[in-house]
Ligand binder design. Structure first.
Ligand SMILES: CC(=O)N[C@H]1[C@@H](OP(=O)(O)OP(=O)(O)OC[C@H]2O[C@@H](n3ccc(=O)[nH]c3=O)[C@H](O)[C@@H]2O)O[C@H](CO)[C@@H](O)[C@@H]1O[C@H](C)C(=O)N[C@@H](C)C(=O)N[C@H](CCC(=O)O)C(=O)O
Ligand SMILES: Nc1ncnc2c1ncn2[C@@H]1O[C@H](COP(=O)(O)OP(=O)(O)OP(=O)(O)O)[C@@H](O)[C@H]1O
Length: 504
């Protein structure tokens, strides 16, 4: 398509060199992928400046190059007169706008539901996808656990941990639409909002879960973190708000002008829908959903109080889209849980093993509260410092777990370029008594899982927290495949085999 001819006024173009009025067959933001007859957008990142790869992009066959460094573009324009160069105010905004045009605004053909908050984004987005599928709206999901259409996982390699770059986002929307999906539940992170990955999208529904300090390595202050998250509600038609949250619920309620639904786990609150009498069983949770004067007795295969809050958020989305509560509650009865979020395994060695992504102090507190309600002999918990996230929260994780479990394993997720033991040491500084005999150190997540299993006996409850993003550990810039489930499976297979031949 010829983006320039069609829309150059809306793209924030300041100056051009050469003739940008030409057909382009694709857009790229990575010079290593550029193909003939395409548009390359130069992005200034944390490690590289895309303008440094113009030469490579020209060699790759880029027909048009856009960026926000006028001097570099002009310099290259003289060197490559056959290539067109476009100077824009902001390259990330341009990438988002150009991607929207390239995909012919396909995102407007589907219901876009953006989920933001410190904890619960993956769960809520997965619940929205599952609930809406169950009610008959083919729905996809975009977020930490990958990209899914209503029919299954898409073969799309993730370039970011959670929210894709704008170009990738619109590519996925296009694929979802072509597969027949009519709704996309998208995790929208503060980093993505700051980096304009969702710019230009007017979300049909924006959902808020909660806000506590996170990503301070990126935003530096809590206020800036909150500001970034609030941006989602300035580009949404309808909102869903957790009024139990002290972090930013009131900010949204004060500023949001469109239709808004609230949810709460406090039966005495003023929320539009509330849950009361929450009771957990081995199959899931039952509760009373209160909507005005009406009470609906409800059951859903989800575990933990906070997952009832997450479910209420998904139900509010269904209500916003015009569905009736009884139908939504029927759909909730067969809702699917996302991988690694309160995933309960009963099948190994007469133990209960829980895989949960809790990697912030509040998430760990909530998780402990929930798991302690489950029947168990001893409680064994693994916590991790995450090498690619902020270090400030690491000691806080230790403070939360100290005295709360019979055995504690301290390990590492995604050491990145750090020495893994430095991460473990950083977590250990949070313990009052780091030398306690029930605290064990493991330099890799693999060894951490094995230590937890070695320490366990029948009837024990083993909780493996933090979780590894996308089935891999990030070590020195490389993704090393990792699966807690595979380790557990192998461990019990080997233990059983060893018992059978009388080694143990
Ligand atoms: C801090 C951050 O957002 N980083 C993202 C960013 O990387 P970067 O800024 O380091 O990019 P860079 O390597 O400096 O490169 C700049 C530009 O030059 C280009 N380049 C680079 C090299 C080259 O040879 N040719 C070339 O064209 C790159 O493609 C890029 O466009 O742009 C990359 C390309 O899209 C992302 O992969 C990368 O995500 C990294 C993996 C990451 O860890 N991001 C985290 C911080 C993140 O975004 N997290 C949030 C929240 C997670 C959550 O809470 O769930 C998320 O939404 O995922
Ligand atoms: N509503 C909630 N309130 C508090 N804690 C929650 C809530 N939902 C989930 N959690 C906890 O947070 C963990 C992470 O949940 P989830 O993956 O859904 O959040 P997320 O926001 O997507 O996380 P991330 O930003 O790291 O991708 C869960 O495993 C659980 O321990």
């Amino acid at each position: 398509m010829n983006i320039y001819a069609e829309q150059h006024r809306t793209l924030g173009i300041e100056k051009v060199w050469g003739n940008p009025d030409k057909e382009i067959s694709a857009i790229y933001y990575d010079s290593r992928q550029v193909q003939t007859g395409t548009l390359f957008v130069c992005i200034k990142g944390e490690n590289h400046d895309g303008h440094a790869y113009i030469h490579e992009a020209v060699l790759g066959g880029a027909a048009v190059i856009a960026g926000d460094d006028a001097a570099k573009l002009e310099e290259h324009a003289h060197l490559y007169p056959d290539t067109a160069f476009i100077y824009v105010k902001d390259a990330r905004s341009f990438l988002a706008a150009a991607s929207i045009l390239f995909y012919k605004r396909v995102h407007e053909q589907i219901i876009t539901v953006g989920v933001t908050g410190t904890n619960g984004k993956t769960t809520v987005a997965a619940y929205v996808k599952s609930l809406m599928n169950n009610i008959g709206v083919p729905s996809g999901y975009i977020g930490t656990i990958g990209m899914y259409s209503s029919k299954g996982k898409l073969d799309f390699s993730q370039t970011t941990p959670t929210t894709p770059e704008s170009l990738d986002m619109h590519t996925i929307f296009s694929e979802l639409y072509s597969k027949g999906d009519r709704l996309a539940a998208i995790e929208v992170t503060s980093v993505a909002l700051e980096q304009k990955r969702v710019e230009g999208i007017q979300f049909d529904v924006a959902i808020h879960t909660n806000l506590t300090p996170e990503h301070l390595e990126f935003h530096h202050t809590f206020e800036k973190y909150k500001e970034a998250k609030l941006k989602l509600f300035r580009q949404a038609k309808k909102a869903v708000v957790n009024i139990d949250d002290e972090g930013m619920a009131s900010d949204i309620l004060e500023t949001f002008k469109g239709p808004l639904l609230t949810y709460s786990l406090n039966p005495n609150s003023t929320a539009d829908i509330k849950a009361a009498n929450i009771k957990m069983s081995s199959k899931g949770t039952s509760f009373d959903l209160i909507a005005g004067q009406t009470i609906y007795h409800t059951e859903a295969p989800v575990f933990g109080h906070y997952n009832i809050a997450n479910l209420l958020a998904a139900i509010c989305t269904g209500l916003h889209e015009g569905y009736q509560l009884p139908d939504l509650l029927l759909a909730a009865e067969s809702i699917e849980n996302p991988e690694g979020r309160m995933e309960v395994l009963h099948e190994y060695g007469n133990r209960t093993i829980i895989l949960d992504y809790a990697h912030t102090p509040p998430a760990l507190i909530n998780l402990l509260k929930e798991v302690k309600k489950m029947p168990h002999r001893r409680l064994i918990v693994m916590i991790c410092g995450i090498g690619i996230r902020d270090r400030e929260k690491m000691p806080k994780m230790a403070r939360v777990i100290e005295g709360q479990a019979d055995e504690i394993i301290v390990s590492v997720d995604h050491p990145g370029f750090n020495n893994p033991m430095d991460i473990v040491t950083q977590v250990m500084t949070g313990f009052n008594n780091p030398h306690a005999r029930n605290i064990h150190k493991a330099p890799t997540r693999h060894e951490g899982v094995l230590t937890a299993l070695d320490l366990s006996s029948e009837q024990d409850l083993i909780v493996l927290t933090s979780g590894c993003i996308n089935g891999a550990q990030i070590v020195k810039g490389k993704k090393i495949p990792h699966s807690d489930r595979a380790i557990i499976h192998e461990y019990f297979d080997e233990t059983v085999a060893a018992k059978q031949i009388g080694v143990m």
